[in-house]
Design a protein. Sequence first.
Length: 136
Amino acid sequence: MHASRVLIADSDPHLRQLLYSALLAGDVFSDCVSTVPDALDKLREEPYGVILVDVGLPGGDPEQIVAAIAALGGQRPVVIVLASNPASARSLDIDVVQIVLRKPLALRQTVELIRSCVQNAAVKAAEDGDGDQPTA
């Protein structure tokens, strides 16, 4: 697993760009997608340490993304669900989704949370012998 990489799956281009830029400033690399099919494609192509999923993502049901994550072999990424109404995330698999954040997001706190999750995932991957080194 490439524990230092983040997938941002959100339909809001402004939010994607803000998160991408703020994470990059902290040396955390991310990929951004705006639809469920694009998120599923990225999950097949690249391992991620942290995945942000907007429950309002167009092009399908975000449960498809959660199910694809559940089917991943090995260490699972940290999954953060973004929702304007947190009740809309209740149907998602609680064995996969670790955090639900209410929109609108507090950018600074969200970025710090993601960075912390990335650091923890990198440490765990290194302990498990996956070869990733923790990132700052």
